[in-house]
Design a protein around this ligand. Structure first.
Ligand code: ZN
Length: 338
């Protein structure tokens, strides 16, 4: 994938990181930079399959109902009774599917905590795996507030349940799809006390290490992450830490569905999120994140992150775009080099 000179400049001057969990000053600086960033580049150099076949189905109202039910448990920081209820809730909805439970104890600045990644596997006929991930925990520092993370953690985890509904019971003529509800993405301490990347992504880091050691990592063709995708005002950002060609495929998928106006109008220099452990290991990865939640992101990581800010349509748009992306990847042979 060609990178424009302007993009290179933007990436090189990027202070590390904004994130689903970054400090506001850095984020605002990045947003200012992104104001001059180029719009998404069409996937001109990719060898794409023709736009044929049925379009994917996703029930936005079903996904929205799942958000409401998850949020109704209250705050769900790791180690809490509510967290356990949400684990059980997710597993109950995956009954009958092939599910792997990845449980371990994380050593955090707040002590040792149980962490539980949930993986639902939908086998395909093609050799290789496409992972779709979402974190489902809420922030430990907010454990005694009314913070429920309806968009941050709730929306994407609910969408994955609806994607499971769509994948269930159908023969996949393509790669295997693994849905991952990863745990303990959020930091345990405020960012000004412990740097974010030293105190976050506990669940997904464990999974990436485990899959690397066991040989699974080599089979992963793409890692797609969904985060904060329920905002009624949906503007999914392009992310400088993600794999360009994979983002191009996502944009192509969105365009084939008529959703391109919701994607990649803005470029963020580099989002730190659950895709990072896979990016570091050379797995093509894309973070689908709308990091503009309310004016100037005012609802993010506040008790205002509630279901009334979300829309079933946004969940449907992102869900269908993910499924269309998988459909394109299934037919791209060979996939671009990492
Ligand atoms: Zn967050």
């Amino acid at each position: 994938m060609k990178i424009t000179p302007l993009r290179i400049v933007l990436l090189s001057i990027a202070v590390t990181v904004i994130a689903c969990d970054r400090d506001k000053d850095v984020k605002v600086a990045a947003q200012n930079q992104s104001a001059i960033a180029p719009a998404a580049t069409p996937a001109a150099k990719l060898s794409l399959p023709p736009d044929t076949g049925p379009k994917p189905a996703v029930d936005g109202s079903s996904a929205m109902q799942y958000v409401k039910e998850m949020v109704a448990f209250g705050p769900r920081p790791i180690g809490s009774a509510n967290h356990k209820k949400v684990e059980d809730y997710l597993l109950a909805h995956l009954k009958g599917n092939e599910v792997e439970n990845d449980t371990f104890t994380a050593d955090t600045p707040e002590g040792k905590f149980p962490v539980h990644n949930i993986i639902a596997k939908f086998p395909g006929t093609k050799d290789g795996i496409i992972v779709i991930a979402s974190h489902y925990d809420t922030n430990y520092p907010f454990r005694n507030t009314s913070y429920v993370g309806a968009n941050d953690g709730g929306s994407s985890s609910a969408l994955l349940l609806e994607l499971a509904n769509q994948l269930r019971g159908k023969k996949r003529d393509g790669y295997s799809v693994w849905l991952v509800w990863d745990d303990a993405e959020e930091a345990m301490k405020p960012d000004n006390e412990v740097p974010f990347l030293d105190d976050s992504l506990y669940g997904i880091r464990h999974l990436a290490e485990k899959w690397e050691a066991g040989g699974t990592l080599k089979k992963i063709k793409a890692f797609l992450l969904a985060d904060m995708i329920g905002d009624a005002d949906l503007n999914v950002d392009r992310d400088g830490n993600s794999t360009s060609w994979l983002e191009d495929v996502v944009y192509e998928a969105a365009s084939r569905l008529g959703y391109q106006s919701h994607f990649f109008a803005r470029t963020l220099p580099g989002v730190s999120d659950d895709h990072i452990p896979f990016v570091k290991r050379g797995v093509p990865s894309a973070d689908l994140i709308d990091f503009d939640y309310g004016y100037n992101d005012v609802f993010w990581h506040t008790t205002q992150d509630t279901v009334d800010k979300l829309s079933p349509k946004s969940l449907e748009i992102v869900g269908k775009t993910i499924l269309e992306t998988i459909g394109i990847l299934d037919k791209m042979d060979p996939l671009p080099p990492k």
